[in-house]
Design a binder for this molecule. Structure first.
Ligand SMILES: NC(=O)c1ccc[n+]([C@@H]2O[C@H](COP(=O)([O-])OP(=O)(O)OC[C@H]3O[C@@H](n4cnc5c(N)ncnc54)[C@H](OP(=O)(O)O)[C@@H]3O)[C@@H](O)[C@H]2O)c1
Length: 273
């Protein structure tokens, strides 16, 4: 049966759309009280209203995760409202698709601020609360790009690898504390992610390979909240890619070379790697 999520306090960053929104709705359906963080006030209010309309409890808090003070205020609002924090889902994230050498430095910095520092700020603000409670669960939404970099997503992959490394270290640091740490690695998911990435510039891409719904990812997150696991690959066959990459990275390079053509066209004419 696993942990009962009824009455638990769950905070989800990036809850105004996509995976975060679906996760907030799924956790609310499981009986958790949800605190919703993101920048767009109107979207957050709509998500909160949808949850309340189905009998759930939701607290929207406008937050830019790239600002440490705003993330601290978000966690503070959750604790002020509900007295505790059982689950943090650090999900807010942005992408950008272009060759590494063509990615502007301001975009590199933005991706790191949102994806890595935003995650770190949330974890650092949540930990003292969870330590006081002697229990808690931190779930970070990384990506399959955090297990293997691909053409056109080098900077994004670097931020997603950083999240995986952070979670691995934290799991060991927090062993025996009652605080669990999990990292979720979805494959392509049908959300506004690719549109938001294109709005930053770079190459307009569609998700490649298998595509899942945000509800499918949310269901995996809820399962993980019930039974904490170190790492969840939402599309299980992706484990083959991870194993193959560990033992034969050049073979995976060759497979991904085909995607380079599809994604980046002839930007890099040259011999097959
Ligand atoms: N979609 C995919 O194919 C895919 C695959 C693997 C992993 N992921 C990961 O899944 C996570 C969620 O992505 P998604 O697919 O659900 O994308 P999405 O539909 O674009 O949603 C992204 C969410 O992050 C929020 N966000 C962006 N910048 C923010 C900031 N500075 N401060 C606070 N919130 C911010 C957005 O809200 P506001 O704009 O309102 O702030 C939105 O709620 C990301 O970490 C992404 O890397 C996505």
């Amino acid at each position: 049966m696993g942990r009962n999520l009824r009455g638990k306090v769950a905070l989800i960053t990036g809850a105004s759309a996509g995976i975060g929104r679906a996760t907030a709705a799924a956790l609310a359906r499981a009986g958790s009280r949800v605190v919703l963080g993101a920048r767009r006030h109107d979207r957050l209010e709509r998500v909160a209203e949808e949850i309340r309309a189905t009998g759930g409890e939701a607290l929207p808090v406008v937050t830019d995760v790239a600002e440490a003070s705003q993330v601290e205020a978000l966690i503070g609002r959750a604790v002020a409202a509900y007295g505790r924090l059982d689950l943090l889902v650090a999900n807010a994230g942005i992408g950008y698709f272009a060759p590494v050498e063509e990615t502007p430095l301001e975009v590199v910095e933005r991706l790191w601020r949102v994806n890595v520092l935003g995650t770190l700020y949330a974890i650092r603000a949540a930990l003292p609360v969870m330590r006081r409670q002697g229990e808690g669960h931190i779930i970070v939404v990384s990506s399959i790009a955090g297990k293997r970099g691909g053409p056109g997503s080098g900077v994004y992959a670097a931020t997603k690898f950083a999240q995986v490394g952070l979670c691995e270290a934290l799991r060991v640091e927090l062993a025996g504390s009652g605080i669990a740490v999990s990292v979720i690695c979805p494959v392509g998911t049908s959300t506004e992610f690719f549109e938001a990435a294109a709005a930053l510039g770079g190459v307009r891409v569609e998700p490649m390979g298998p595509v899942q719904t945000p509800e499918r990812v949310a269901a995996a997150i809820v399962r993980c909240a019930r039974r904490p696991r170190p790492e969840v690959l939402v599309f299980p066959p992706a484990r083959l890619l991870v194993i193959l990459n560990a033992i034969a990275p050049r073979l995976v390079d060759a497979i991904l070379f085909r995607f380079r053509r599809r994604l980046l066209g002839n930007r890099f004419p040259g011999p097959r790697c």
